[in-house]
Design a protein around this ligand. Structure first.
Ligand code: ADP
Ligand code: MG
Length: 474
């Protein structure tokens, strides 16, 4: 896989020339982020970090990832409607993890009152790495599925053009045919528009629920502008605004200062730090409302690491999707080894194995957004400390995926141009809409490739580790 660019990757002059072209092309194409220094304004912006070269991705695995996306959409949507499964699966977790417990409480409260929402919209991104076997063949392994605020569907649609130009500058015009067109933002907007339409009020708006600090605003604008193109009005609000301006009418329609909201698209709300008491109240108000939440709280819970681990248990998928044996087989084929750390013999055994051989595993808490997992020595230390305490059950263990590295350059503002050994993570966006019991839309909406230097165990573009990339199919 690494062989694709071997002739140019060490050619300093060619690389320097191509990098200069690449950065300007990224700026022209809108691969942009606000800066750390001025995160609240668009007066000064810079390019979002990206690779100089597109990274090789085996075509068969790329196609496998696309082929299983509708199955994952169906699975997530099914879990979100299965109270018994969520209750049982998260029972041990919510005893020790406050954040999950808090979300779960809202979930139960909303169910008790009875759902006002009748249209459901899911936007997720299933992430994979290519595990390199002993014989050198690569296998598709799911890292996780993100059911809330899956990002970079906008910016990633613009990297293929940049990489196409880079290949031409490097004398590789023919190779550009291996780069595919890709526009997740358009697919996500299609789902949002469908949900808006089924909600059935011409005057109602789509509300993007956004962060206080919006460095990644341009990525969101890509989706927003697709909606404006369809003459759907979009507003951007924070939890604080919802607390101050939000209200429900007698039939639990959601209003923001008198403006009806049809769809709430969360790009915030997945980390505990954003929730003070007022923001929790705002979240509850949104969940109780008739508005289409993307995702609703049940779907957010369906994306927890604990649910992912439970899905890998023998028989679980079969029970959840009894009439879809082929979907079950396609889904299972992407799973890595996942292990429960619940109290009991099985948990004791796997904890001991991981302490003895930490490099085989990743230790994951119920958190999103990058930078939370534990690896190697740190994994050993933490697990050693909590192995006999109930706190252990707030984590899961996962087999560590070991992809074959390839050389590339990570282009980052204010950083030197240097070659790195890199590995990539492929994400496929999924979008679906359900009205009552009927799935009226279920699609794969495009892809995202993120690449990082191998010295970083964890990932995330927003976390400052990974950068945007484009798959070069081989
Ligand atoms: P988060 O919700 O924080 O994004 P992830 O499960 O996606 O959590 O893990 C974050 C990053 O850690 C991934 O992007 C990947 O780089 C790395 N990672 C996670 N799980 C594994 C694994 N099983 N093997 C190797 N790397 C992993
Ligand atoms: Mg992730």
């Amino acid at each position: 896989m690494a062989a694709a660019w071997q002739d140019v990757v060490r050619d300093a002059a060619a690389v320097r020339e191509a990098a200069a072209v690449a950065v300007d092309a990224a700026l022209l194409a809108g691969v942009l982020m606000r800066t750390g220094e001025q995160p609240h304004a668009s007066d000064v912006v810079n390019y979002a970090p990206f690779t100089l070269l597109p990274s090789a991705v085996p075509r068969a695995l790329f196609e496998q990832a696309y082929a299983v996306q509708q199955d994952f959409n169906l699975l997530v949507d099914t879990i979100s409607q299965n109270k018994e499964f969520l209750e049982q699966t998260l029972a041990s977790t919510i005893k020790v993890d406050d954040f999950t417990a808090r979300l779960f409480r809202i979930y139960m409260q909303v169910l008790e009152e009875g759902l006002a929402q009748t249209v459901f919209l899911g936007i997720n991104r299933s992430d994979y790495m290519f595990d390199c076997g002993l014989d050198g063949t690569a296998a598709l392994r799911q890292i996780e599925i993100n059911t809330i605020a899956a990002s970079f569907g906008g910016l990633t649609s613009r990297t293929a053009d940049v990489h196409r130009l880079v290949l031409k500058v490097l004398g590789k015009t023919e190779e550009t045919s291996h780069l595919l067109p890709n526009n997740p933002a358009k697919g996500l907007a299609l789902g949002i528009a469908k949900a808006w339409e089924l909600y059935g009020s011409q005057r109602a708006v789509v509300m993007f629920l956004v962060e206080d600090v919006q460095r990644n605003i341009f990525d969101q604008r890509c989706v927003e502008n697709e909606l404006w193109n369809r003459n759907i009005r979009v507003v951007r609000k924070r939890f604080r605004d919802v607390f101050e301006q939000g209200s429900l009418d007698a039939s639990r329609r959601l209003y923001m200062d008198g403006q009806e909201v049809a769809v709430v698209y969360y790009r915030e709300g997945y980390v505990p730090q954003v929730y003070d008491q007022q923001n929790w109240e705002a979240r509850l108000l949104l969940e109780r409302s008739r508005a289409v939440k993307c995702p609703d709280i049940a779907t957010q819970l369906a994306g927890t690491k604990k649910v992912q681990q439970e899905l890998s248990q023998p028989g679980t998928l079969e029970k959840l999707l009894p009439s879809h044996p082929e979907a079950v087989a396609r889904i299972r084929a992407t799973f890595a080894g996942l292990y429960s750390l619940d109290e009991g013999e099985e948990g004791d055994r796997i904890a001991a194995t991981a302490i003895a051989d930490p490099d085989r595993f990743v230790l994951k808490p119920q958190r999103e957004g990058g930078g939370n997992n534990l690896y190697g020595e740190e994994l050993r230390e933490v697990l050693e400390k909590i192995k006999d305490s109930p706190e252990r059950t707030s984590y899961i263990l996962m087999d560590k995926i070991k992809p074959q590295p390839a050389l590339n350059y990570l282009l980052r503002a204010h950083s030197p141009l240097q070659v790195s050994e890199c590995i990539s993570e492929l994400g496929i966006f999924g979008v679906y809409v359900r009205q009552g019991q009927e799935l009226v839309l279920n699609q794969a909406a495009g892809h995202l490739l993120r690449t990082k230097a191998i010295e970083h165990a964890d990932g995330g573009v927003a976390a400052g580790v990974a950068v945007l990339d484009t798959p070069y199919l081989v």
